[in-house]
Write a protein that binds this ligand. Structure first.
Ligand SMILES: [Zn+2]
Length: 73
């Protein structure tokens, strides 16, 4: 049985596994991302990722006129 090149788990046979030689579509995408320069990230973020409720963010007060060069013509 083939091994998934990404996670090392055994991959199912091609006949029953569209992602062959990877064990899953997810691993196939991970490998694809590597070939694309690792810029592509597998969409694994969950909807409840927003956990910054209460942490004060100072970035927005620290702007120094950025985006100030738009012209009103
Ligand atoms: Zn895998």
């Amino acid at each position: 049985m083939a091994k998934c090149p990404v996670c090392g788990k055994p991959s199912a046979a091609r006949a029953v596994n569209e992602a062959f030689p990877f064990c899953s579509e997810r691993c196939r995408l991970v490998d694809l991302g590597k070939w694309l320069g690792e810029e592509y990230r597998v969409p694994v973020h969950s909807p409840d990722e927003e956990e910054d409720g209460g942490q004060p963010r100072g970035d927005q007060d620290d702007r120094r006129g950025e985006g100030d060069d738009h012209h009103d013509t």
